[in-house]
Ligand binder design. Structure first.
Ligand code: FAQ
Length: 309
């Protein structure tokens, strides 16, 4: 078969809704785009565990602490599942971890902002896990089998994280005036990074076209952002939180929300390593990696795959 015939066959399979599996023929660009995207997703889960993990000692009460510990463990488990899915495409995990800690591979913008109050943990659990669920529910219908299957399991667990976050927000917003103020203050800060979570506007997106052509990203960044707005704005207003976008409005005919665009210059600075917490978060990840080196060395000989005969 020629490469052209292989490509036509591959695209026909995707058009029929078939899943592509690791041993199947795939264009090199399909492989490299998937590695980029899944690797960044895995990095985000691993880095997302840091701000929440740092709050475990300060969680207000035993039950809150148990729930947060469980959530942080889940996030690290999600990273494991996703690195595994990326490995099926031929990139070894240690390379991906090294690229994360040397800053050459990206992770979600949202984990480069400070979490200085307990209300920040509420916002990560509610707004960010809510955004992750919107994204992952869409991405799990994509064309690559191992990524879709990992996402189905991850989204199931994120549903518990979302409930945890919502419960925290409800407790704060119905609490004392100091708790309400803390909740509003954190919400106002998290609104803009959450708007950026789904990536730049479609007209500025670099990868959407190829990801859509091969069924990897079934909905565009703006479409995903709109789904989040449809779900979350009514809930936010119901809780009495004030949205810091004074121009936000809903189009009566289409039902779509129109937003003020966040500061996309800030977004590109943050994802390229120059956000408020990038250095601190990566330094902590590097420290954890270095401290675990004795264990990797001890396990290495036992994990080595048997040599082919
Ligand atoms: N942050 O051309 P596009 C979570 C980059 S999981 C950082 O539009 P694409 C769970 C993009 O990579 C959160 N960088 O890109 C949790 C590209 O740069 P590159 C992670 C971003 O791929 C919750 C450039 O901008 N989820 O939160 C971001 O078509 C709570 C141009 O962008 C995923 O990764 C961003 N937000 O679409 C854990 C889901 N957006 O690579 C703990 C899978 C864009 O050329 C606590 N990924 N960039 O150097 C996706 O769905 C897509 O990759 C998008 C971006 C939608 C994120």
């Amino acid at each position: 078969m020629t490469d052209e015939a292989r490509l036509a066959d591959f695209e026909a399979r995707i058009a029929r809704g078939e899943k592509i599996e690791p041993g199947d023929w795939m264009p090199e660009r399909y492989r490299s785009q998937l590695i980029r995207l899944i690797q960044q997703h895995a990095n985000s889960e691993l880095m997302g565990a840091l701000p929440e993990g740092q709050w475990i000692p300060y969680a207000p009460g035993f039950k809150r602490k148990m729930a947060l510990i469980a959530k942080v463990q889940d996030e690290v488990g999600h990273a494991q599942l996703l690195y595994r899915a990326a490995e099926t495409l031929g990139k070894p995990r240690h390379e991906m971890i090294e690229e994360l800690i040397n800053g050459s591979s990206k992770y979600s913008n949202v984990f480069n902002y400070p979490c200085d109050t307990w209300a920040d943990i509420a916002m990560v659990g509610w707004l960010i896990d809510g955004a992750a669920i919107v994204n992952q529910t869409i991405m799990q219908t994509g064309s690559y089998g191992p990524y879709g299957r990992a996402l189905r399991r991850i989204t199931y667990e994120e549903a518990f994280h979302l409930k945890q976050g919502y419960d925290l927000v409800v407790t704060l917003i119905t609490g004392t005036s100091a708790q309400r103020a803390m909740c509003q203050e954190a919400f106002s800060r998290w609104w803009w990074p959450t708007m950026m979570f789904f990536g730049p506007p479609d007209k500025q997106s670099v990868h959407t076209e190829v990801l859509q052509r091969w069924g990897i990203k079934p909905k565009t960044n703006d479409e995903q952002r709109q789904i989040w707005l449809q779900k979350f704005v009514p809930k936010i207003l119901e809780l009495g939180l004030e949205i810091p976008d004074t121009a936000l409005r809903r189009d009566a005919e289409s039902g779509e929300w129109h937003i003020t665009q966040p500061d996309w210059n800030e977004f590109f600075r943050v994802i390229n390593g120059d956000g408020p917490m990038n250095r601190e978060r990566l330094a902590l990840r590097r420290l954890i990696y270095d401290e675990g080196s004795w264990l990797r060395r001890a396990l290495e000989p036992h994990l080595a795959l048997p040599k082919a005969a």
